[in-house]
Design a protein around this ligand. Structure first.
Ligand code: DUT
Length: 190
C-alpha cells in the first residue's frame, strides 16, 4: 500500500518536501534555504468547480492571492466605517452554488486583525451548499479606540471551500470510553 505521505500533493515553497527517497518513503528533513524560496513549480491540488454569480458587475470574482492559498479573497461592495466595538453586516456581491458535500467558510483576514483589530463575529461563517443568496460578512471592530474604515472593493474576508461530511446520528444510552473522557476546558493544564 502506498503511504499517504508519498501519494499526497504537497503545498510547499520548494520543489518537493518532505523529500522522497528512491524507495518511495519520506525523508522528513528541513528543506534547505534554497528550497524555501518561491518556485513557479509549486504543486497545487485539483480544483473543485464552484458556480458564481456577480450581484454587482464591478466586483472581482473570489480569487486566491498565491498558489496554495486556502482562502479566496472577498471584497465589500460598500464603503463602511465600523466604530470601536461595533459590528457591520457587509455584502460581497457574490453568490455561489457549491457541489453537494461541500461548504464554504468565511474566515477573517489576519492582516485586518493585526492592522485594525477587525475580525468576523461568527467566524468562520458557514455557507451551505444550498445557499444561493449573497455571501455576507459580519465584521466586528475589536479595536477599543479607532474606527475601522473600508472602501468599496476592499478585501474584507476570505472564503475557504471544504468537503464536509453529513452525519447520521444514532442515539445510544452510553458512549464508548476514551482516554480524554469528559475532560476539557483546560483539563490538561496550562
Ligand atoms: O458568514 C456568513 C454566514 C452565513 N451566510 C449565509 C450562507 C448560509 O448558508 C446562510 C445561513 O447561515 P447559518 O446557517 O449560519 O445561519 P442561521 O443563523 O443558522 O440561519 P438559518 O436559519 O437561515 O440557517 O447564510 C453568509 O452569507 N455569511
Amino acid at each position: 500500500m502506498s503511504s499517504p505521505v508519498a501519494s499526497a500533493s504537497w503545498c510547499t515553497t520548494g520543489a518537493s518536501w518532505p523529500r522522497r527517497t528512491t524507495d518511495g518513503s519520506s525523508a522528513v528533513t528541513a528543506p534547505s534555504e534554497s528550497l524555501r524560496t518561491h518556485s513557479a513549480a509549486e504543486p497545487t491540488a485539483a480544483a473543485v468547480d464552484v458556480l458564481v454569480t456577480r450581484l454587482d458587475d464591478d466586483v472581482p470574482l473570489p480569487s486566491y492571492a498565491h498558489p496554495g492559498d486556502a482562502g479566496a479573497d472577498l471584497v465589500t461592495t460598500h464603503a463602511v466605517t465600523i466604530a470601536p466595538g461595533e459590528r457591520a453586516l457587509v455584502g460581497t456581491g457574490i453568490a455561489i452554488a457549491l457541489p453537494a458535500g461541500y461548504a464554504a467558510f468565511v474566515h477573517p483576514r489576519s492582516g485586518l486583525a493585526h492592522r485594525l483589530g477587525v475580525s468576523i463575529v461568527n467566524t468562520p461563517g458557514t455557507v451551505d451548499a444550498g445557499y444561493r443568496g449573497e455571501i455576507k460578512v459580519l465584521l466586528v471592530n475589536h479595536d477599543l479606540r479607532e474606527p475601522a474604515v473600508f472602501e468599496r472593493g476592499d478585501r474584507i474576508a476570505q472564503l475557504v471551500i471544504q468537503r464536509v461530511e453529513r452525519a447520521t446520528f444514532h442515539e445510544v444510552t452510553q458512549l464508548p470510553g476514551s482516554a480524554r473522557s469528559d475532560g476539557g476546558y483546560g483539563s490538561t493544564g496550562r
